[in-house]
Design a protein around this ligand. Structure first.
Ligand SMILES: [Cu+2]
Length: 144
């Protein structure tokens, strides 16, 4: 199985020049695409907050979330656990859509032996609840 240029009986040097031209065209096109792309880097995104590495714990027991109210810094992580022998599901208000802070939602039940952790990247007073037993409620206040 020979190369296309030998199969077409084109002089090897001329084929090399052709290949080089094609490569240069591809490079020029790639450069143009790179330079002309919309500048998305300047747009602030929710994930721009750097994690602080500070970790807090909130535990859901029979008496509810503990601590029920917690103040953390922007970028802090909160680990949610339960001592109840039931799955739980900490999620932002408003039940059942969790639209106050949609990312503050594991999107599925958390098994009692597991935990769910979340880095808070939006300042505010975030009320939340257990999506399975919504009478368990709490507040995470995120300060800058
Ligand atoms: Cu809910």
């Amino acid at each position: 199985m020979g190369h296309w240029y030998t199969a077409n009986n084109i002089c090897g040097m001329r084929a090399s020049v052709t290949i080089l031209s094609v490569l240069l065209l591809i490079l020029a096109a790639a450069t143009a695409v790179f330079l002309l792309r919309p500048d998305t880097a300047a747009a602030p995104t929710a994930s721009a907050v750097a994690p602080t590495g500070v970790v807090h714990e909130v535990t859901l027991g029979e008496d509810g979330f503990s601590p029920r109210e917690l103040t953390v810094a922007l970028g802090d992580e909160v680990v949610f656990r339960t001592t109840r022998n039931e799955p739980f599901w900490p999620a932002s208000n408003v039940h059942p859509t969790h639209t106050l802070y949609p990312a503050f939602d594991p999107q599925e039940p958390v098994a009692p032996e597991d935990s769910w952790s979340f880095v808070f990247d939006k300042p505010g007073e975030w009320r939340y609840h257990d999506h399975i037993l919504p009478y368990y409620t709490g507040t995470i206040t995120v300060i800058e």
